[in-house]
Design a protein around this ligand. Structure first.
Ligand code: PBG
Length: 323
């Protein structure tokens, strides 16, 4: 008997009827870069079309996003150079930019689900995610600072903290610290399988947080590894993660799928800065149709198994798909 798979592809109607994966505004997490000052909105040169905003401008942006149906933002702050050190002091400042931003955003837009980056690199004079001792990124000393940082974000009103550092044991330590301080409702989105990759380059430009020496390969994962991602994800689930993340997304679609098959909690993927810039650069040269590239790649990330996607393309996706 003749099988004719093209029957299901013959018109827009039937193609729409049998489409398996659909992007929704509910699944998008919008990263925001915040800097000190007022009235500032600076385009990040290696992230064309994306901005670093002062807090007042950020509040306007959050309102715009909320009106578009976006439900979650992921906050990153740019720390002034003179406030950086090797102890994460500014990361714990109750009046630091992160803490002020969380409070202001929750006040201006209480329904917005606020997630915060927990890692020391933007605050580190070495540009590393942990405390440095004789060129080593110290694990346990860093974890205790990260736990305090998470509590400080919870105190400011964060709904969920997102540790992006890849230190061992930090999810358990953060859960414990949150419980001890009665933040029973503060969640953890763990960057569980976070790879050492060239694709974070533009992000490090955005926050001026590139490592001052060496690279991040003693804590972020080797991009050639698959089973290690499963081990990392399992540990984070055991330690109390509410959501696990794979990062980057596009070059790691296989990992997203394996993680999705492995765990029974939501999986997120971070479509990272370099992945955004690649599409932007090709589109600027007229080599790719930008809108088509955005929808195809983001849909692929969801198809691979990501329930949630952190992406710099959120507003474009909403515009293109008229969500
Ligand atoms: C830092 C952090 C990084 C990103 C998110 N959190 C960079 C890094 O690990 O060097 C990258 C995000 C992106 O590239 O979009 N802990």
């Amino acid at each position: 008997m003749m099988k004719r798979p093209r029957i299901l592809r013959q018109s827009p109607a039937i193609r729409a009827m049998v489409q398996e994966t659909r992007l929704s505004v509910d699944n998008l997490i919008v990263p925001l870069f915040i800097l000190e000052g007022e009235g500032i909105s600076e385009e990040i040169s290696s992230l064309p079309g994306y901005f670093r905003n002062s807090l007042d401008q950020t509040l306007k942006e959050v309102e715009t996003l909320w009106k578009l149906g976006i439900k979650s933002v992921l906050l990153f702050v740019k720390c002034k150079n003179e406030r950086k050190d090797n102890a994460g002091t500014e990361a714990l400042n109750p009046n630091g930019l992160m803490q002020r931003s969380i409070k202001a955003i929750k006040q201006a837009c209480p329904g917005m689900f606020v997630m915060t980056d927990v890692a020391l690199d933007p605050f580190s004079s070495y540009g590393h995610d942990g405390i440095v001792k004789e060129l080593e990124i110290v694990n346990d000393g860093t974890v205790s600072v990260l736990a305090k940082m998470a509590v400080s974000h919870a105190q400011a009103g964060a709904d969920m903290v997102a540790p992006s550092d890849m230190m061992d044991g930090r999810i358990g330590a953060i859960r414990k610290a949150l419980e001890e301080h009665n933040y029973h409702n503060t969640g953890i989105m763990a960057y569980s399988a976070k790879y050492a990759t060239c694709f974070y380059g533009p992000f490090r430009d955005a926050l001026d947080s590139a490592p001052g020496f060496g690279d991040k390969k003693t804590y972020q994962m080797n991009s050639a590894n698959r089973l290690e991602a499963i081990r990392e994800v399992r540990l984070d689930v055991e330690e109390g993660a509410d959501i696990v993340m794979v990062k980057p997304a596009l070059a790691y679609l296989d990992i997203i799928r394996e993680v999705k098959n492995e765990v029974h909690i939501p999986v997120s993927a971070y479509h990272v800065s370099g992945e955004y810039s690649m599409i932007k650069a090709a589109a600027q040269r007229g080599w790719l149709n930008e809108d088509d590239a955005i929808i195809e790649t983001t849909t692929a990330i969801k198809r691979a198994g990501a329930d949630l996607i952190a992406t710099y393309f959120a507003k474009d996706i909403i515009r293109i798909l008229d969500l």
